[in-house]
Ligand binder design. Structure first.
Ligand code: VTB
Length: 345
């Protein structure tokens, strides 16, 4: 599954990022998202695969494209049997976020990207559209930190695992009223906080790379993004745990159903009987093979954003998988016009 798909999914995220970047700074987050979805879907449908969206733009009736359950890839199209042998094809599940951080794109801020994760059928947790308490930390702290421990305890553990003082640690937290106490606690413990308005996938993955000066992600973000982060962290060997948050009182902002009880019922109807379960990377991205790709829309900690020039654009992407021992950063020059003149500097 991996070899050619790894190359093709780079193009999928690149196309989504370029489409979205054209709307950077225009103040129109829905358009920035919509064009990314369209571009991602168009490129994905050219791949020789039988894919199914498990995390996408929402339920079918609210999302016209890349909705949960939508089939993508050449081999899902009409007359596919002419060029796809159903016996040979592995069915794959796909989690997408064509424009992770729509506000960041709309307001020209750092940290947005086009992302997707792929695994064999059943290999990605079909997260409900709820919130998730998240803990991401570097590979050295994997299995030592625990989402059930306090932020203070976890910071102590990270400082020991990384052999540095707590004062030398930076924790990313989303700037939301629900994190008031958490932020206070982190500061009290001695660590420094980097508040972000959006885009916690990028923050989670950054923990796995030394040199980013990001050592942990703590707090509550969206659950589907949590699964995508977990897929990346599984490939990178980083720590990631998530726990669904279903109580509107805890979330404080955002849309999360009417009541705690109603949400528990909704989770039950999806087959989640223990709403308080803590999931790790192997549960959120359980597949034997997991692939992850991202392309920067605006500049970020890990990747450059899309840079346009006359007749083209330059992108930077990241592709990782559970099978390869690499984190491949791909720098691409896209030429929209003929004749082609590639200028490097
Ligand atoms: C979260 C976070 C995402 O949007 O979903 C956030 O995981 C929305 O949270 O990375 P609120 O409902 O509290 O605003 C992102 O930041 C990206 O859009």
């Amino acid at each position: 599954m991996e070899s050619t798909l790894g190359l093709e999914i780079i193009e999928v995220v690149e196309q989504a990022a370029i489409a979205s970047a054209k709307w950077m700074g225009k103040g129109e987050k829905n358009t920035a998202d919509h064009v990314a979805v369209e571009a991602m879907r168009e490129r994905m449908n050219k791949i020789h695969m039988r894919g199914r969206i498990v995390i996408g733009e929402g339920e079918r009736d609210e999302a016209p494209m890349l909705y949960i359950g939508e089939e993508v890839g050449i081999c899902t199209q009409e007359n596919a049997s002419a060029f796809c042998n159903p016996d040979e094809l592995v069915e794959i599940d796909i989690a997408v976020d064509p424009c992770e951080g729509t506000n960041l794109v709309a307001y020209g801020q750092n940290g947005s990207m086009a992302v997707l994760a792929i695994s064999e059928k059943g290999g990605l947790f079909a997260a409900p559209d709820f919130y998730m308490k998240k803990l991401a930390a570097p590979p050295a702290a994997k299995g030592h930190v625990d989402i059930n421990k306090s932020a203070t305890e976890n910071l102590k553990i990270i400082s020991e695992c990384l052999n540095r003082n707590i004062e030398e640690l930076v924790v990313v937290v989303m700037d939301r009223p629900r994190h008031k106490e958490l932020i206070q606690e982190i500061r009290q413990a001695g660590a420094r906080v980097r508040l972000i308005s959006d885009g916690d996938v990028s923050a989670a993955i950054s923990c796995a790379f030394s040199g980013t000066n990001i050592h942990a992600l703590m707090g509550i973000g969206a659950a589907p993004e949590g699964v995508i982060s977990a897929a990346a962290m599984r490939c990178l060997g980083g720590h990631f745990q998530g726990q669904l948050i279903y109580d509107p009182e805890v979330v404080k902002t955002g849309l999360i159903g009417e009541s705690r009880e109603g949400n528990i019922e909704r989770l039950k109807s999806m087959g989640i009987n223990n709403p308080d379960a803590v999931y790790d990377t192997h549960e959120l991205a359980s597949g034997q093979t997991v692939l992850f790709a991202a392309c920067g829309i605006t500049p970020g900690t890990l990747m450059e954003g899309v840079r346009f020039f006359h007749g083209g654009a330059r992108t930077q992407s990241l592709v990782i998988s559970t099978q390869s021992q690499t984190a491949r950063f791909v720098d691409t020059i896209h030429l929209f016009e003929q004749p082609k003149t590639i200028q490097l500097h």
